[in-house]
Design a binder for this molecule. Sequence first.
Ligand code: GLP
Length: 251
Amino acid sequence: MTTTAVRRLQLDVLPDVASIGRAVAGRIADLVAERPEAVVGVATGATFESVYAALAFEAAERELDLGGVRWFALDEYVGLPAGHPQSYRSVLDRQLVAPLGLDPAAVHVPDVLGEDLETAALEYEAAIAASGGVDLQLLGIGANGHLAFNEPGTPFCSRTHMATLTVSTRAANERFFEIGELVPDHALTQGLATIRAARALELVAIGTAKAPALHRALDGPYDPRCPASLVQRHPAVRVTTDAAAAALLDG
Ligand code: GLP
């Protein structure tokens, strides 16, 4: 493992997906052991599958009580029918709620099923605030530098809002959907200011496809054209990656 702290953030380059999953899951478990009522911000996507699998294992090994933990998803597709297997509510039910034996009510996901999504966005912000705020926010990164569904150009001051997905993001997520099925073009997403308000950020990037975005996020300018560059101005960031995603990073 290589650990670099030359940047203000901590960067860990680990050998493979399994070790990344174990490392990140270990940090979530440590947080919960120390603070049983922790608030954890959860991301969906392929990147976190190994993390949630490792967390289930770790929680069982350490006999962790997860009953007091509150979980908040980053985002949810708009326009999928309730219960669609690729809605992020369903994904989290499969990857987090079931293996960890959580109360589904402890896992909050933006409510996109009503008609008034502006109110739903405000309510989501209010629910996060009422929880006391996120202690640890898990973040993947889009190949275009997006965070949650904040696409390039989204202001750093944004709060939870309805976002329009870019063509490249929809294409990247096609792999999760049935052939011929349309990837939604909108989502309700935490904004960049919402994400930045978390007390600690854990950014995970795996694979060659993420290398250019990770390089721009960490080494490029702090610029909303690369939403993930917000990590440059957060006081507690850890980046966990493999050699492929880290390949283009400076020094
Ligand atoms: C998705 C999600 C993000 C996720 C990112 C990377 O569209 N909205 O929260 O982090 O894109 O996804 P993956 O981990 O599948 O590469």
